[in-house]
Design a protein around this ligand. Sequence first.
Ligand SMILES: [Zn+2]
Ligand SMILES: [Zn+2]
Length: 378
Amino acid sequence: MHLGVSESMRECEYSQISTRSSTPMETPYKKRTPKKRKWESFPGRNKFYCNGRIMMAKQTGVFYLTLVLILVTCGLFFTFDCPFLAQQLTPAIPVIGGVLFLFVLGTLLRTSFSDPGVLPRATPDEAADLERQIDVANGSTGYRPPPRTKEVVINGQTVKLKYCFTCKIFRPPRASHCSLCDNCVERFDHHCPWVGNCVGKRNYRFFYMFILSLSFLTIFIFAFVITHIILSSHRSGFLNALKDSPASVLEVVVCFFSVWSIVGLSGFHTYLISSNQTTNEDIKGSWSSKRGKDNYNPYSHGNIFTNCCAALCGPLPPSLVDRRGFIQSDAPQLAPPTNGIIMYGATQSQQSHMVSEIETERPPPHLSSSSKAASPSS
Ligand SMILES: [Zn+2]
Ligand SMILES: [Zn+2]
């Protein structure tokens, strides 16, 4: 392997060591360390499993509680109630229950294990470049930090873009910084500890399908466990029926206490989807008419049906964080950071595309061509 190192690579190694004021212990022929993947130095507070394929929030305790509650309740239902119900009523009950259970589990894991739409942080070069643009745009006086907002017009509504001091980017419309995960997330809805992840542009529909199917599953189990208890109480009396199936009692208790919040949450998100709002916008009252007569939601498509289709069937954007890509230590854009930022993120071109998308006032010379391409009007 070492024999194959070209002359230029070796030169590169020498020059790196000489400019970094190496310690005397370092030798130019140091061992080649195995290539690191980008998730290993991801700057946000996330957990990764399966070599970066699975991405979650740091705190996952409540997620495991969700998982245990679903698995235990369904396990008890299929073991103790379904044989009786299938025999007395119809074998369709365990089949429908099984399909619902698999759908709930699938959508939960899809929500929890995926990238919710994290925006990559700016590289030091990009951050410095943006910093310069802000200074020029605000006529830097050096005394007072200039306001770091931009305004864009979306469907006739002025939307403010805020600068994220952690990610060093202007957040695109509807993005927000999750303080728990320490990432800016596109179309940020909320951070959900129950699923152990942020809910954003890339996993919102799965989150919605999860809570909706969980509502049906909870009502389904609740109804048929009650049916089981009633049918067996006809034979042996109510108290004996309860004594004979303690599992059913436990299921009824779990379902009774969880069904209200789950159904309520599904209803709330159905309302949000039908009006194309996020939880974040609803809580802040961003598009509330209380803010002014002509304050309206610019993202709404005008009717409930189109809003639902857009939220549930629209195209899913690809992940912008290349979690499984290799960190290239000799690439020029990954030079050691000068201002203490840990570098990570999408490729330079993705980043500059994003900057150019939100840049509305004064595109920098090297981005002007791409921003022209990005806006169809010019
Ligand atoms: Zn941020
Ligand atoms: Zn989060």
